[in-house]
Write a protein that binds this ligand. Structure first.
Ligand SMILES: NC(=O)c1ccc[n+]([C@@H]2O[C@H](COP(=O)([O-])OP(=O)(O)OC[C@H]3O[C@@H](n4cnc5c(N)ncnc54)[C@H](OP(=O)(O)O)[C@@H]3O)[C@@H](O)[C@H]2O)c1
Length: 245
């Protein structure tokens, strides 16, 4: 029997997360639409179903321990296991007028809020879903990162990596580092975990600035979510291949 693979995408009600959910659905996955707002979640589930995707809603605020635990229970009762987890939910944090975050004047509450969602949220969701992922024949975890989290690119004065961003960019560096630790810990289990950069995508996140569509931004995540057994783990990719740490 060729059973559908089960995926959960966090922050799937809009933007890149929605495009990942749609793309995985189009590839035959049954997709859990993780979203914290009920109306936005149900709207997204409705749109996905209208497009022929086997979608179900998963109430999920990645920063809430109880919400994450309830989401894992819901996925277990809906599907009994999880084959693909895409940790997509993310926030930029408050920005200055040049869409920057100046380290010399940074409000620590901005840092806390960004790390809470972009890093701690990913750890919290991943650990809650791990028992369900371990029931999959070919489990995959994709963490949506960003090339602005690359220390190599940030430290190269010859590369234009955008404005100074002292909360958001390091949150993705931290996420990348955590991804490597998971890959080390899960080596040999069959669980492949990688980080993906979507490129600069026109979404709410960027004030709809950026040359790429959400569908283009979703492509690398979909590739990593559908890696064959024995594929890479603990790496950082965009459409062009690996990104330096
Ligand atoms: N856009 C880009 O150019 C770009 C570039 C590199 C990386 N990324 C990364 O790509 C990911 C998606 O970004 P996007 O551009 O698609 O942004 P977006 O359109 O603003 O979508 C962000 C999603 O995350 C959700 N979210 C935020 N906090 C959450 C929480 N605590 N619990 C659950 N969901 C939460 C949002 O839900 P609500 O609707 O409820 O707010 C929304 O669904 C992020 O991780 C971002 O860092 C984006």
């Amino acid at each position: 029997m060729n059973e559908a693979r089960i995926a959960l995408v966090t922050g799937a009600n809009k933007g890149i997360g929605y495009a990942i959910a749609a793309g995985l659905g189009a590839r035959g996955h049954r997709v859990g639409v993780g979203a914290r707002d009920e109306a936005r979640r149900e709207d997204a589930v409705g749109k996905l179903r209208a497009a022929g995707v086997d979608a179900f809603g998963v109430a999920l605020d990645v920063t809430s321990r109880s919400s994450v635990a309830e989401a894992a229970e819901l996925v277990e009762s809906e599907a009994g296991r999880l084959d693909v987890l895409v940790n997509n939910a993310g926030v930029p944090g408050e920005m200055g007028p040049g869409w920057d975050q100046d380290p010399t004047t940074l409000d620590l509450d901005v840092v806390r809020a960004v790390v809470e969602t972009n890093v701690l949220g990913v750890i919290q969701v991943t650990n809650a879903m791990l028992p369900l992922l371990r029931r999959s024949a070919s489990p995959r975890v994709v963490n949506i990162s960003s090339s602005v989290g690359s220390l190599t690119l940030q430290a190269d004065p010859n590369i234009d990596i955008g404005p100074v961003m002292a909360a958001y960019a390091p949150s993705k560096t931290y996420l990348n580092a955590v991804t490597v630790q998971y890959a080390r810990r899960l080596a040999g289990t069959g669980i492949l975990i990688n980080a993906a950069c979507p490129g600069l995508v026109a979404t709410d996140f960027t004030g709809f600035h950026g040359p790429r569509t959400p569908e283009q931004g979703a492509a690398t995540a979909i590739r990593l979510a559908t890696l064959p057994d024995g594929g890479p783990s603990g790496s950082f990719f965009d459409d062009n291949g690996t990104i330096p740490w």
